[in-house]
Design a protein around this ligand. Structure first.
Ligand SMILES: Nc1nc(=O)c2ncn([C@@H]3O[C@@H]4COP(=O)(O)O[C@H]5[C@@H](O)[C@H](n6cnc7c(N)ncnc76)O[C@@H]5COP(=O)(O)O[C@@H]3[C@@H]4O)c2[nH]1
Lengths: 174, 174
């Protein structure tokens, strides 16, 4: 049950650290005059676990704008380990929506594990593991006082091949 | 089998990215005149999964020196995500040993999961999970061409209470 552990790891090692201070980072950023459409961290969860390094690769209507001020913490011997989040502008027809977004990094691990024979699970289990990751993470975050209302999980169906603007549509419509 | 997934995550999301370029980072650093006793990343694995934020908290003979130049990559929508490693000077009697070291961060997740009832495992399984993490990670790294000879795993016994310099001794003697 790899996905169960990865969901807990994502919470304990990342979301629990970053979400409580996200609003502060956004206020520091907004003081430069820019405004976000949402102050929640939008976490993208592609069902097929295919995680691009940049969302522009998925949909040209999702464009990097700039990074928030970074968070630096001493963690496990690494001094001033840096945690960064990126702001994107999403356009659809005439609307523009700006927010902090990223893919759920542990899905990258699920994908690569399914490609390594020695890791013990294959492509067939991968979708099940993504769903288990999503359900476990949802439950953890709902019960977390520090994280409540500071995030949005967006599960992305992979049955939309041919629609080059599926991602931006999903982000804006939901 | 949480530890199995965490070992793969540590490899896929971190060691596979950082270890192949570590020698470059060390050469950039050494050009400032300083020399390291070892160019391998020393990864500390405490059996009890207790991971301090700074090794000085464990042993005052392990002292932070400075960070290596950081590695920046676009990962899963986070632009220029930063990967840093810290150089420590370890002293024992008259010897000084300097190297890049850190604790295996996923052990922090194992520890905190064992404290959360809803995570599904307790203190008794924790030591077993640390050993499974160590065995799985050793196997993955031995089979990895990109990582071979660029790391050293140091399993730390927790039965040394009373010896304030157990950590430095373990690092230098091994
Ligand atoms: N988007 C994003 N930005 C981050 O800064 C970040 N930091 C962690 N994570 C994800 O949260 C979870 C918990 O992190 P942890 O540090 O315990 O494990 C990490 C950690 O042990 C190690 N690692 C990754 N990045 C670093 C780093 N910069 N320094 C040291 N260790 C690192 O490799 C594991 C897997 O990393 P990712 O596969 O990137 O995903 C992690 C993981 O799913 C992040 N996710």
């Amino acid at each position: 049950n790899v996905a169960h552990g990865l969901a807990w790891s994502f919470y304990i090692g990342y979301l629990k650290l970053v979400l409580p201070v996200l609003q502060n980072k956004i206020s520091q950023y907004s003081s430069t005059g820019a405004r976000l459409s949402s102050s929640r961290l939008l976490i993208l969860l592609p069902l097929n676990a295919v995680v691009p390094s940049k969302p522009e690769e998925e949909d040209t209507n999702v464009v990097f704008h700039e990074n928030l001020p970074e968070l630096e913490l001493d963690v496990a011997g690494v001094r001033q380990r840096s945690y960064k989040n990126s702001i994107y502008k999403i356009t659809q027809d005439n609307k523009t929506f700006s927010c902090v977004l990223e893919y759920a990094t542990p899905l990258r691990t699920l994908y690569q594990m399914s490609q390594e024979r020695s890791a013990g699970f294959g492509e067939r289990e991968r979708k099940q593991q993504v769903l288990l990751f999503y359900r476990t993470l949802s439950q953890i975050l709902e019960d977390s006082l520090e994280c409540r209302n500071r995030y949005r999980l967006l599960l992305l169906n992979d049955e939309h091949t041919g629609d080059p603007h599926h991602l931006s549509r999903e982000i804006i419509q939901n």
